[in-house]
Design a protein around this ligand. Structure first.
Ligand SMILES: [Zn+2]
Ligand SMILES: [Zn+2]
Length: 63
């Protein structure tokens, strides 16, 4: 009997890394609600964390 395939494999929305291989996962809860890894998110202080996808849309100059 094959092992069940996870319904949500949990890939980072930006770099598509498997969260099972990563130690941390963050939700862009304020904007797109995407799940991103630590590398693909940026701290917004008291506003929590924002994924880089949204962050770069708001701050086109940022790298
Ligand atoms: Zn990532
Ligand atoms: Zn986002």
């Amino acid at each position: 009997m094959p092992s069940p395939v996870p319904r949500d494999p949990g890939l980072c929305a930006r770099c598509h890394k498997d969260f099972r291989l990563l130690s941390r996962r963050y939700s862009c809860s304020r904007l797109c609600q995407g799940k991103v890894c630590h590398t693909c998110s940026v701290g917004m202080g008291k506003h929590g964390r924002c994924c880089l996808i949204c962050y770069q849309q708001k701050h086109p100059q940022a790298t």
